[in-house]
Design a protein around this ligand. Sequence first.
Ligand code: SF4
Length: 263
Amino acid sequence: MSIQSHIEWTDATWNPVRGCTKISPGCKHCYAETFAERFRGVKGHPYEQGFDLRLVPSKLQEPLRWKAPKMIFVNSMSDLYHEGVPDAYIESVVDVMIEANWHTYQVLTKRSGRLRQLLNGRLRFAGDQGHIWWGVSVENKQHGLSRIDDLRASPARVRFLSIEPLLEDLGTIDLSGIDWVIVGGESGYAARPMQKHWVTSIQRQCAQNRIPFFFKQWGGRQKSKTGRLLDGRTYDEMPTQQPTTPLSFSEPPEAVTQNRMSD
Ligand code: SF4
């Protein structure tokens, strides 16, 4: 969508696909749908077709034009693994990520079965890339925990969880093979509330397993007021950067992103 992002855990967004369909309770107040539908019917606007799924091949080359290294959230306005996106198109997106390897890419999906299938098959070559981080969304036990199992079964150098909007206590989570955890509450007019002990339980499990933990927000009707302090501090931990092997860069090595693990 744009080179700038207001999302706390990334620098930029890139949307070679637009639009999506809802798949689980975490989608109920999808911010992408709300944004896109505001522009349905507006002639010439990128979201003239609202939130209808469509490929945007004209956007494919965008990261190659961004010369400064960035943390890029792939498809903030869609789900790359949506059933309406052909395998060949997903592969084209991955090819660009591999070519523009001075950036770090965060690929997040709720369609974890397809992620698992493709990373074990046609996209097997992409799992070795340390600058491509693969993640799944988790909002509750029923829909979210099996996505973690799918992610763990996907060959990848960096795996992450976006636990947002957190809708219930997830209990004990199997975090083996997971490299990063983001947690956040829902925001907006009808936001579903998140209880503190749901968050601290996950934070504690991350600390026990030495997994970087990023607390994005409490959320609520006015997220700027509820903020993102947890027990008086912010949690902005990021994964240790994994070098891609073999090391081959389309840009000078100094362009590779730095290690941003904190604590
Ligand atoms: S999968 Fe993501 S983009 Fe698609 S409807 Fe759900 S929340 Fe929105």
